[in-house]
Design a protein around this ligand. Structure first.
Ligand SMILES: C[S@@+](CC[C@H](N)C(=O)[O-])C[C@H]1O[C@@H](n2cnc3c(N)ncnc32)[C@H](O)[C@@H]1O
Length: 224
């Protein structure tokens, strides 16, 4: 299995951090959905700078913040303290979550669990299932095989689904697992898949319009 490696948040410039400080669109939908289902214990897996930990904390969830990067956890803690929020913080690897079985009602992992290879992905899914309560839900994103990074010849090929990014930046040397619809169905066969969307993000880089594709997946752990 490829070695886990967190984001190098220290080299991300202040102006580039802005996008990582504003909660993503679907988080507002999930707050409503999960509140109406009576869910409380929330895990922000790979919390980054904490944009979703803070939002869910402000909305009354009991939040656990988890990331492999100490810098990410330090930044999240600093922000939460400013907001007078009491959250739980752990540094670690998603391949071995430091939580009890069935601890969480809901888990959010946006642009996180793809940071491994095929073997690692299977392990993360076992861990997710272990720490989720029965009838719990998890929202996750996965890089799509339609995205440029999967086809990039300069990136190291680890296995049929995984490439290691070799371009300069906070993701240098980090594995990226890419999926397609059939693979997602296979990986999450133990769960009920509530929905799957493939989303295209458009962004400008060096004067060019670039596109990246991600699957957004909501899974539900079936009751015993
Ligand atoms: C793209 S950022 C997304 C952050 C956050 N989910 C958000 O949407 O703002 C990915 C985060 O996952 C963390 N990460 C990468 N590999 C990890 C691993 N094996 N275990 C835990 N966290 C990991 C990185 O350190 C980084 O903070």
């Amino acid at each position: 299995m490829v070695e886990s490696k967190g984001w190098n948040w220290k080299i991300v410039k202040e102006n580039q951090k802005e996008i990582w400080k504003n909660p993503s669109i679907e988080s507002y939908y999930l707050i409503n959905r999960w509140k109406s289902q009576g869910k409380e214990d929330f895990l922000d897996l790979g919390c980054g700078l904490g944009r979703h930990s803070i939002l869910f904390g402000k909305n009354g969830f009991k939040v656990s913040c988890f990331d492999i990067s100490k810098e990410a956890i330090d930044q999240t803690k600093k922000w939460a303290e400013k907001e007078n929020l009491e959250l739980d913080y752990r540094i670690g690897d998603m391949l071995n979550l430091p939580y009890q079985d069935e601890q969480f009602d809901c888990i959010y992992c946006r642009n996180v669990i793809s940071h491994t290879d095929t073997e690692g992905m299977k392990k993360v899914i076992v861990e997710l299932s272990r720490v989720m309560k029965s009838e719990g839900e998890c929202y996750l994103t996965l890089g799509s095989k339609d995205t440029w990074g999967f086809k990039q010849q300069d990136f190291l090929r680890v296995d049929e689904n995984t490439r290691v990014r070799m371009d300069e930046g906070p993701e240098y040397g980090i594995p990226h697992f890419y999926a397609d619809y059939d693979l997602i169905q296979k990986l999450f066969k133990e769960f009920e898949i509530v929905n799957i969307y493939q989303v295209v993000d458009y962004y400008e880089e060096k004067g060019k319009t670039c596109k990246s594709y991600h699957y957004h997946v909501l899974i539900h752990k079936k009751g015993n």
